[in-house]
Design a protein around this ligand. Structure first.
Ligand code: 73E
Length: 829
């Protein structure tokens, strides 16, 4: 600034005593002020939760300063920006992550201890923000952290659900779902922007008008809902840059429908308007299929429309010619869930900005990129035409027009190959006519990314084969990654400090490839000793949690063997449980003298089943039934325990992962697009027991197959095994353990019958039977390795050392360079 503006800025800075200070005394002062004026409790007497609130507000103030600086800087520099559109973000807790990224963790801990509080205790007061289902949603959160850290000019857009993913309550071994009204106790991590709101239209009809002698379409909506912005600052690590995650909440429209008020039924008119809020009320809890639901479609369009209005407004503030739009805007579709953005941009450019179809289409083809997380054709999203026609009549017309042009172009290229034309068409004909959202996305996006190498191969050779043959250059892949800030630094401070000590630097927190430096010390006795100590402390913490949750006491000498993820048949928790039954059966039938050789295990399983997914819920019940039997068998004692961790979520993962010795990633090959849990365990020095599926194939390349326990059919073998079907010989042990379940050894035989039927009688689609023998071998190899603690610890250190490639920093850099064409824009303070 100069002149008058400079003087004003200086006066303001003087009045405010500059920027907020981060020394413990200043932090204490801020915390006390927030206790008094924000939380409205006495500064002389407040409890842990109130202290958490006051601390969070103090941290939030610092986030806001950086957020402002970053946004002002982005505005001034006007770089090409990435807009990341995702219907799900699984952020988890914010306090610990924020103080670490702001570099004020120790100062906050000091400040609190002088006030008589403990940082860790306050951090536990925070609930999870669970606005997503699983891997896809947590990936979005990790990617936001990396985008901020790497100084990319990025914005995230999503929905502010009032109810996040349901809480899982286990009663008598059965899963029950309870609503997660996560906003009950307030949310200091968001900033409500009452003045940033847009009208989103639904229903109605399309009319033609003549404007300046040209025909144009006008959509007359039947319902209007207001989208209000809630900003969530996402701080980078080791930088002042703080990016924005803008989530939309639905509110009744400010535009009054005079007619319904005039009819005199005032109360009903208000109640009807209030119904608008349902659009952002609840997250759909299925992480694979939810096709054809009107509310889901409304959610998708609601967030897409509000986000695009916001993006276009920001663009128009700085530019008056849409031809430069692709130089300023990259729009990333996180799966097909936001793909209505495509016809929406066309609608705005053609109907509202009057650019003409061809010019608009040219722009659309340059701005969108699409990442698919799906493996199976059945998993692809479809929208019934009837539904779209009623909810978004103009968008349906636009999709038809896009498809008509595409089909004409395609015919010129491939001729009248009707089978292929109909497979590639955006419109699926049939009893119910559908719009294929993946086809729409592929046709309109310049890049289609897979989430691991093998996933991309499957997309090219199977799921999108026709499209790959037409446009090979569109198909890429970027192997997923996770952020080492949350998954090592926040969740495993002991290991984090140890790594920094041995590497002689904290630089790995930003430059994760430096972790390879640990390789040279993998066999060093001192490091091994310290490594084991850190792991033991983490195991103690986990053991305490297990006892508090399930009442089961576990031995720290046992191998902690963990499988935590959504419950799905393809993820094969059932395979794990059946092998635990086998282990139990073996111990029971063993000579007492041989039992000394058994490696004690604590098997830990956690995860939620979609509420309507019966088989997955039966797997949870089976786990509890088996646990009940084993854990109460004093004859087996500490040799084997099985615990189910209820209500698995991000903060539970932060506790469990650092304490795991072994983790399981055992999907039927070809079914897990990537998998990201494995990466978090790997970073924490946990050994993997896995099939060669998704990203595991790339993990093998980094750490070597001799540092993990691999088993099972390979991707290219699965098809043939399935075709063999009933002719496949399953091992006797498999038949025996399934029979134990069938015969009621664990009770509830009627309940488990249909579960057993999924793996027997020729119907074993996920190949539990055919993989069982090799699974048991891998389990035995893990036992053997665990006995040799020196070897185990070396493997553990090598796992962490080889985990660098699986940082979301690497993934985001690849996207920035190869897909989005954006550059870092670092705020210079
Ligand atoms: O393999 C995972 C992958 O690691 C995949 O199953 C998951 O995405 C992860 C991140 O790439 C995924 N989630 C969904 N589809 N794939 C999904 C589908 C519908 C709704 C919510 C999530």
């Amino acid at each position: 600034y100069s002149g008058e503006r400079k003087a004003k800025a200086e006066r303001i800075l003087g009045l405010m005593d500059g920027f907020l200070k981060n020394d413990p005394v200043s932090l204490q002062k801020d915390i006390l002020e927030h206790v008094e004026y924000t939380v409205a409790r006495s500064r002389f007497s407040f409890d842990d939760f109130e202290a958490y609130q006051a601390l969070s507000h103090s941290v939030r103030d610092r986030l806001i300063e950086r957020w402002h600086d970053t946004q002002v800087y982005f505005k001034r520099k006007d770089p090409k920006r990435l807009y990341f559109l995702s219907l799900e973000f699984l952020m988890g807790r914010s306090l610990s992550n924020s103080v670490i990224n702001l570099g004020i963790r120790d100062q906050c801990a000091d400040a609190l201890s002088q006030l008589g509080f403990e940082f860790e205790v306050l951090a536990e007061q925070e609930g999870d923000a669970a606005l997503g289902n699983g891997g896809l949603a947590r990936l979005s959160a990790c990617q936001m952290d990396s985008l901020a850290t790497l100084d990319y000019p990025a914005w995230g857009y999503g929905l502010r659900y009032q109810y996040g993913l349901f809480r899982q309550v286990i009663l008598d071994g059965f899963q029950h779902e309870q609503p997660d009204y996560w906003l009950n106790f307030g949310n200091p991590w968001e900033i409500e922007r009452v003045h940033v709101s847009y009208a989103v239209k639904f229903y109605g009809n399309v009319e033609e008008e003549i404007l300046n002698g040209e025909k144009c379409k006008v959509w007359i909506p039947g319902e209007t809902v207001e989208a209000v912005a809630y900003d969530n600052p996402i701080p980078g690590y080791g930088t002042r840059n703080t990016v924005n995650l803008r989530l939309w909440a639905a509110k009744p429209s400010g535009q009054h429908d005079m007619e319904s008020y005039n009819t005199g039924d005032y109360i009903n008119a208000v109640v009807n308007r209030q119904r608008a809020e349902t659009i952002s009320s609840v997250l759909y809890p299925d992480d694979r299929s939810h096709q054809g639901k009107e509310l889901r479609l409304k959610q998708q369009y609601f967030f897409v429309s509000a986000s695009l209005q916001d993006i276009i407004r920001r663009f128009k503030e700085a530019h008056d010619n849409f031809d430069v739009f692709p130089e300023k805007v990259a729009l990333q579709l996180n799966d097909t869930h936001p793909s209505l953005a495509i016809p929406e941009v066309m609608r705005v450019l053609v109907d509202e900005e009057h650019l003409g179809w061809n010019r608009a289409w040219d722009i659309v083809c340059k701005i969108f990129s699409f990442t698919t997380h799906t493996v199976l054709p059945e998993g692809l999203e479809k929208i019934p035409v009837d539904l779209l026609e009623s909810l978004l009549p103009r968008h349906l017309q636009i999709i038809y027009d896009i498809n008509f042009n595409f089909m004409e172009e395609l015919k010129k290229k491939i001729g009248l190959d009707y089978d292929r034309l109909s497979r590639m068409s955006i419109v699926e004909e049939g009893a119910v006519k559908n719009i294929r959202m993946a086809n729409l996305s592929i046709v309109c996006c310049h890049t289609v990314d897979g989430v691991s190498r093998v996933h991309s191969e499957l997309l090219k050779s199977r799921v999108f084969k026709d499209f790959y043959e037409l446009w090979p250059q569109k198909f890429q892949y970027k192997t997923n990654g996770v952020t080492q800030r949350r998954w090592i630094v926040v969740s495993n401070p002991g290991l984090s400090a140890l790594i920094s000590k041995w590497l002689g630097t904290e630089a790995w927190i930003r430059d994760v490839d430096l972790l390879t430096g640990l390789r040279e010390y993998a066999a060093d006795a001192d490091l091994q000793q310290e490594w084991k100590m850190v792991r033991k402390v983490n195991k103690m913490r986990l053991a305490e949690y297990i006892e508090a949750m399930s009442g089961v006491k576990v031995s720290l000498d046992a191998m902690f063997d963990v499988q935590i993820k959504r419950i799905h048949e393809y993820k094969r928790q059932l395979l794990n449980i059946l092998s635990i039954i086998h282990r139990y059966d073996c111990i029971k039938n063993m000579e007492k003298s041989d039992r000394r050789k058994v490696v004690p295990r604590v098997c830990i399983i956690g995860g939620k089943a979609a509420p309507g997914y019966e088989i997955a819920k039966k797997i949870i019940k089976l786990c509890h039934a088996v646990a009940e039997k084993i854990n109460n068998d004093t004859d087996v004692g500490d040799l084997l325990k099985l615990v189910f961790i209820p209500d698995y979520n991000v903060s539970v993962a932060e506790l469990v992962i650092p304490g795991a010795d072994l983790s399981q990633h055992i999907s039927t090959a070809g079914h897990e697009a990537s998998g990201t849990g494995s990466m978090k365990f790997l970073m924490n020095g946990c050994l993997l027991l896995a099939t060669a599926d998704g990203s595991t194939i790339e993990i093998i390349e980094e750490i070597g197959s001799d540092n993990m326990f691999l088993f099972g059919a390979k991707v290219h073998e699965v098809q043939a095994l399935r075709e063999k079907g009933p002719a496949l010989k399953t091992p006797l042990q498999f038949a025996r353990v399934v029979k134990m379940v069938r015969d009621g050894y664990f009770g509830f035989e009627d309940h488990f019958k249909s579960l057993c039927d999924t793996v027997e009688g020729g119907s074993d689609f996920y190949l539990l039977g055919s993989d069982f023998a090799s699974y048991l071998e891998a389990q035995a190899a893990a036992d053997k390795a665990f006995v040799d603690q020196e070897k185990w610890t070396r493997m553990s250190i090598l796992s962490t050392a080889g985990s660098g490639r699986f940082s979301s920093d690497r993934t985001m850099e690849e996207y920035a360079k190869k897909t989005w064409g954006i550059e870092p824009c670092k705020c210079p303070f």
